[in-house]
Design a binder for this molecule. Structure first.
Ligand code: URA
Length: 196
């Protein structure tokens, strides 16, 4: 899961690196998800962000608009940002998989691995954030490379290959379950403290 796009390495930490990746993501046909998408969703935000938020895959609103977290999950994420003094335009928001899986099904391991290796790892390389927030089980699997129990691991910071990952739930789970919303509120308070 660890290969990095060499084009991006060359362009690393330049504005062009992320823009080049976004253009390539919009044209990607590496897996079957390209067949049914309206728009691929590369992600958006500050190219020098200290915090990077990573979800699972676009939903219906994201597929329509080409923008990440603009549906109900995004509204909840924005509430958590506002409660903790985090500005949406100061961070970078994206997902492991850049195209909507039909019916919002969970991405397959092949789709996840292809998209993470081809696009997400190079994006991380370009942004070089201080903390990468893994929102949910699929994001944790995609970047840590192993299944973890979010109910045990949420609110913790783990270091892998020189990167800091903060684990929390996916906002969609927070919308459905009040207990998870409360856990996310406490995670985000800790996160705001960690990032200073
Ligand atoms: N869920 C995600 O994981 N990503 C989005 O962009 C929207 C919903």
């Amino acid at each position: 899961m660890r290969s990095t796009d060499s084009r991006c390495l060359e362009l690393s930490r330049t504005e062009d690196g992320l823009d080049t990746l976004a253009a390539a993501i919009r044209n990607c046909r590496k897996c079957g998800l390209a067949e049914q998408r309206q728009h691929a969703v590369p992600g958006e935000g500050n190219h020098r962000a200290r915090l990077m938020f990573i979800g699972e895959a676009p939903g219906a609103k994201e597929d329509q608009s080409g923008r990440p977290f603009v549906g109900p999950s995004g509204k909840f994420l924005e509430q958590l940002f506002a409660e903790n003094g985090i500005r949406r335009d100061a961070v970078f928001i994206t997902s492991c998989v850049k195209c909507r899986p039909p019916g919002n099904r969970t991405p397959s391991i092949g789709e996840l691995t292809t998209c993470v290796n081809s696009w997400l790892l190079p994006q991380i390389q370009c942004i070089d954030p201080k903390i990468i927030v893994l929102c949910g089980r699929v994001a944790a699997l995609g970047l840590l490379g192993e299944p973890i129990k979010i109910s045990k691991a949420h609110g913790t910071l783990v270091e892998r290959n020189g990167r800091n990952y903060f684990i929390s739930y996916h906002p969609a789970a927070g919308i459905r379950f009040p207990k998870i919303a409360a856990a996310m509120r406490s995670d985000f308070k800790m996160l705001a403290h960690l990032v200073g």
